[in-house]
Design a protein around this ligand. Structure first.
Ligand code: NAI
Length: 407
């Protein structure tokens, strides 16, 4: 059981050079914000979290069960990126800490990169540019094509895949897609029933699937052989979706005309490490260092998206889009105090809380409870003069994990 008294000023720690947009947004909400350029780990992180209510990280800071166990003041965690593997989400939930991320903010950046690469591959821009840099003048139209009227096949029609489809249609491409779940086609994009059908019809195949057991090495020798001769493959999803030696062979034997690859089965740990791949040096192959979502606009959008989710949680308790928590969003009742209670999901908790409210002779102005198998999350608005007493008693229940009161 943990009761958290709401301090006068909440403190936020933002690590890994998170966009200052997030700092400004949280500071405008009255938080004291510290912004650090680097990641912290283990003991150093745990020590730094003393007195910190909000932690913002990107992908390099590991928020483990041990770190969370020592972060008694932490009420919310923001991952200023898409992935949340770096956080022990179950431990965070068990400690009453919702975790937010930014699922959409770099979608457009990836989609724009893909469209630019489709055109670049079609015009062999990489090879032309390298030759001219080396002082070689090889003017020729052979093997260069317009993309207008060509067919783009999209594998995985989610946030990114569907954006790619919209952009590709705008430059006159015919767009097909394959997804394992039914999806609303954008514009004139058309779903196909199977991957072989997509491969058989596409001049370009672009991959936008998540990392799952089914997508691991989903594009190997057999799938590459099913692609049209002279087609191009693009992958900016996950590195292990494509079997790289098989792709290198298909390119070297000129069964495929080109490829654009942004993600790899093994990626260097940092910018000073070297990079090895069978794809290096191959003709009409664009290799980029996992920069699909890396634009200044995306970083700002991530700062805004996660910063806003965190600010909304602190101001109203809203957990909509939290990745590990029951979802609650309740408009605030004017002139009431709000009590937020995270508790173990066992029978009788609501009865106990409602008895406390009733014993205090308080009227519940609004109340919402959402649960998952492990925890329940209750948001309740009460008249101001009774809320402090109710807060204290609810926080003291043995089933309570974390209880806050908002003015
Ligand atoms: P999303 O979750 O919105 O869409 C993924 C889609 O793939 C869903 O519609 C899903 O139903 C579909 N799918 C899942 N398994 C499939 C299968 N076996 N066959 C066909 N379709 C399947 O994800 P979002 O945001 O579009 O991201 C897509 C990928 O892009 C992710 O792997 C993500 O990690 C990656 N990504 C890469 C970036 C980069 O810098 N290169 C930046 C952002 C995302």
């Amino acid at each position: 059981m943990t009761a958290v008294d709401e301090p006068k000023k909440l403190r936020a720690l933002l690590l890994e050079g998170i966009s200052p947009v997030a700092r400004d947004l949280l500071a405008a909400e009255g938080l004291e914000v510290e912004l650090l350029p680097k990641a912290l780990q283990g003991d150093e992180l745990a020590a730094k979290l003393e007195g910190v209510h909000l932690l913002g990280i990107r992908s390099k800071t590991h928020v483990t069960r041990e770190v969370l166990a020592r972060a008694a003041d932490l009420v919310v965690l923001g991952c200023f990126c898409i992935g949340t593997n770096q956080v022990d989400l179950e431990a965070a939930k068990a400690g009453g800490v919702p975790v937010f991320n930014a699922p959409f903010s770099n979608t457009r950046s990836v989609a724009e990169l893909i469209l630019s690469e489709v055109i670049a591959l079609s015009r062999r821009l990489g090879d032309f540019s390298r030759d001219v840099h080396l002082g070689r003048w090889k003017k020729s139209a052979a093997g260069s094509h317009e993309v207008r009227g060509k067919t783009l096949g999209i594998v995985g029609y989610g946030h990114i895949g569907s954006q790619v489809g919209v952009l590709a249609e705008a430059v006159g491409m015919r767009v097909l897609f394959f997804d394992i779940t039914p999806k609303l086609p954008m514009g004139n994009n058309r779903p196909v029933a199977s991957l072989p059908e997509l491969f058989g019809e596409s001049d370009f195949v672009t991959l936008h699937v998540p990392a799952t057991p089914q997508t691991k090495e989903m594009i190997g020798e057999r799938e590459l052989a099913a692609m049209r001769p002279g087609a191009c493959l693009l992958n900016a999803s996950r590195g292990n979706v494509v079997v790289i030696p098989a792709l290198a062979r298909a390119l070297a034997e000129m069964r495929l005309a080109g490829a654009a690859i942004d993600v790899y089965p093994e990626e260097p740990g940092g910018n000073s490490d070297g990079f090895e791949s069978e794809l290096r040096g191959l003709s009409n192959v664009i290799l980029t260092p996992h920069v699909g979502g890396s634009t200044e606009e995306a970083q700002e959008a991530i700062g805004r998206e996660v910063g806003s989710s965190l600010a909304r949680f602190l101001a109203s308790g809203a957990t909509t889009h939290a990745v590990n928590f029951p979802q609650v969003e309740l408009p605030k009742t004017p002139a009431a105090h709000r009590i937020l209670n995270v508790h173990q999901n066992v029978p009788g908790v609501l009865r106990d809380i409602n008895r406390i409210v009733s014993d205090a002779n308080a009227n519940i102005e609004a109340q919402v409870l959402a649960t998952d198998p492990q925890v329940g999350y209750l948001v309740m608005d009460l008249a101001r003069h009774l809320s402090a007493e109710v807060h204290e008693k609810v926080a003291a229940l043995p089933t309570s994990i974390r209880t806050r009161i908002l003015d």
